[in-house]
Write a protein that binds this ligand. Structure first.
Ligand SMILES: [Fe+2]
Length: 327
């Protein structure tokens, strides 16, 4: 299920690009050390234990999120249920993963959601909410419910892609089971939902997940060349290309994140794409535009310094997210 796919077109360098994430979703089992995952789950089990002894602080906690024909589930701020340090450990681990593996520096504080019998999410996207959605499951693998999988529609044109062949179920979508301690990350623009949970009404038997969104937070760098100098040089180098693409038919949109090593000489020693989710409105491949961007960056140089600098840079085709424009 791990959605890491082979690398994109290498425009000439010998950089190792085989680890770039291009798939619409990635699923990582055993995301946290087991003791940390169990600590999170123990908070939930403790919260629901001895219900006849609950006082207001414990029972007036959950928001019933109901939007007709769209959303039916319960949600809350996790630290109302789980000790805050345990939630913070998860948040920090996810923030490190987002920065180091995905090249994205902004992670929203999670919501905790609960799905019992009848709860579901119909198909929607979160194109305006983030670049990637995250769902970390605290659902027990052995439970008295079924369903609760995250549904992610297949990429591409599901009508024209199947004009001459039968397609059903998994031919049209992927399902990510809410296994305990599994982290799922998916492109927020992909239509997705949650399969209806059926079975027990007991909350500890339901689908329990921490979830939120991941997006960019400007360039970061370690070493003598400041992040802002790297970011502004890359912005300037790509201004013409991104402007051209904005005007051109086909419309490019989405994040390309890179890790760049600038040697003591000031030249680019290594350029590693981390995440490439650039897509075109017309469905054609976006590889050529990505290759041109990488080639332009590879030609840049900065003043020589004593040691090398390693930087992580998000490049956003199609502009910022709407809420970032307003911020
Ligand atoms: Fe969503």
């Amino acid at each position: 299920m791990l959605g890491v796919q082979p690398g994109i077109v290498d425009p000439g360098g010998d950089d190792a690009i085989e680890d770039v994430i291009e798939a619409p979703f990635v699923s990582i089992d055993d995301f946290l050390p087991l003791a940390d995952a169990e600590r999170l789950r123990a908070g939930i089990d403790g919260h629901f234990a001895e219900p006849n002894k609950h006082e207001a602080g414990r029972h007036q906690v959950w928001n019933y999120w109901y939007v007709p024909q769209l959303y039916t589930y319960l949600r809350t701020t996790p630290e109302k249920v789980i000790p805050q340090p345990a939630v913070m450990r998860f948040y920090q681990a996810l923030s490190v993963y987002a920065r180091e593996v995905l090249g994205l520096g902004h992670v929203t504080w999670p919501n905790l959601s609960l799905y019992v019998d009848g709860c579901e999410q119909q198909l929607h996207n979160d194109s305006a909410n983030g670049r990637l959605g995250y769902v970390y499951s605290l659902t027990r693998d052995a439970r008295k419910t079924i369903g609760g999988e995250t549904i992610v529609l297949k990429e591409g044109d599901l009508f024209r892609g199947n004009l001459r062949q039968a397609a059903a179920g998994w031919g049209l979508y992927d399902l990510i089971e809410p296994r305990f301690n599994r982290l799922a990350i998916f492109d927020d623009r992909m239509p997705h939902g949650v399969r209806r949970v059926e079975g027990s009404m007991d909350p500890v038997e339901g689908r329990l997940v921490l979830h939120g969104h991941i997006s960019e937070q400007g360039p970061s760098a370690e070493g003598p060349v400041p992040a802002v100098a790297i970011g502004s040089a890359i912005d300037a180098a790509l201004a013409v290309l991104l402007g051209e693409l904005a005007e051109a038919p086909g419309g490019h949109h989405g994040p390309l994140t890179i890790r760049i090593t600038i040697g003591a000489s000031g030249r680019v020693e290594r350029l590693q794409p981390l995440l490439n989710r650039v897509a075109r409105d017309d469905g054609l491949p976006a590889g050529e535009a990505v290759a041109r961007a990488l080639a332009a960056i590879r030609c840049l140089s900065w003043p020589a310094s004593a040691t090398s600098t390693e930087a992580t840079i998000p490049i956003l085709f199609g502009g910022k997210l709407p809420w970032m424009e307003k911020a």
